[in-house]
Write a protein that binds this ligand. Sequence first.
Ligand SMILES: [Zn+2]
Length: 517
Amino acid sequence: MEGVHLVRRVLTAATAALTLTTAGTMLTGGPGQAAPTGWGRPTVTLAPQPGAPGLGDSYFPDYGNGGYDVSHYDVRLRYDPATDRLTGTTTILATATEDLSRFNLDFLLDVESVRVNGWAASSSTAGAHELVVTPARTVTRGQQLTIVVRYAGIPSETLVGGYTGWTRTDDGALAVNEPESAWWWFPSNDHPLDKATFDISVSVPTGVEVISNGVQPRPPLAEAGDRTRWSWRTTSPTATYLAFMAIGQYDIVTDTTPSGQPVVNAYSTSLGALGPAARASIERTAEIVDWESGIFGPYPFEAQGGVAGPVDGISFALETQTRPVYGPGFWRRGANTYVVAHENAHQWFGDSVSVADWRHIWLNEGFASYAEWLWSEEQGEGTAQEVFDFTYASYPADSEFWQVLPGDPGADRVFDNAVYDRGAMTLHQLRLAVGDDAFFEILPAWTAERRYGNGTVAQFQALAERISGLDLDELFTTWLFTAGRPDVATAARKAAAPPVEPESWAKIQEAHGLLAH
Ligand SMILES: [Zn+2]
């Protein structure tokens, strides 16, 4: 989730224009020619083409790029909180999937040089966030590529449509955002369809902490000039928007779970009186992940944890892989384990199984929100049915809420409240339709079959139909793809009394108030 919708609209319009232009170029500029032989059977020789500037996402057509597949990012940075200056070298290991005359990366900072397999390459910028790389030698399909990009910039002052996804704070910065985050700190193939592993290392003035994904392959290392280099490693496939950095003044708590997983939690020292509530929530991560593993299937990653961001940082929370980052607002009324259940449910639904297209955001937010309802039931703070009844009743039939389609909300409504609340209601209706046995077989089957991959709503429906043996077309069409409030005989309506507010409701709504818009 995230929270910048005016900007999203601007970006969408700008990128749509870019895609049209570039697609036009590709259509007219393709040098491929049929070369008829004298034998009546033409031999087609295709010259290398430019890689596509996008992966064809239906909401964000120029996010990601065509022509290559990344396996690893080595992101080596130097950062100065006093100036917000970021310099670095990112080494990208990739395989070409086509013959390429050139290819794109998604990136915004100033590029000093690009090398492809050791040869200096030329680069230029295009559109809203495209770095166009023309290698000295043509790239052939199947070729292993080592792309080295050296760069520098001030991410907080690098704007697209007036917007930066980088958050500068009093004592550092947060590289945490969805879906646009990578552009401000490493060049990438920025779409969940192309996942990769990461090594992220950052040199900062000694005394500043850096937290990122996965585990620390070595302790922080002293460098010349009173600096320290922090290193982090992710060994599971990671979507680019789920890589993160939190830089600043943090208290770090490390531990090992009963299941043997490393835990790294970090708390901004700026939290003050909010600190205890943050700890009382995030320190329960291992317990919540263990409980979720019993429902969703084995935890997919190599580490766990959470980062409580500073008071002047982000206002939302994000399911950054192995270690969600939380804004301070969640702790204002005391501990909130619902947001911890939500962000960690995303480790299965969103991180391990990612959207194949941003249109399928319900597969992330509907499921993470339903995890909160299950957690409410587990905590004895209201059953999922009671939360359903109260949620359903809290949105009048004529509310705008019912006009947003969770199954296809639109590019500027990816994080609309309907994707969360109606999304969770949809899963509850599915549970009622197929029964608990089938429902709790469908969830782990989904995470097992698509582990480290991608999914679509249609694929989830097909799995639910296969396991339940039911035709679920009407249910999915009604709840995900039809405007208006579906008619439901809720338990409370049968009793002709208004539903009672579950104990969990205020905390769930507090979380969704910050997560959704
Ligand atoms: Zn979420």
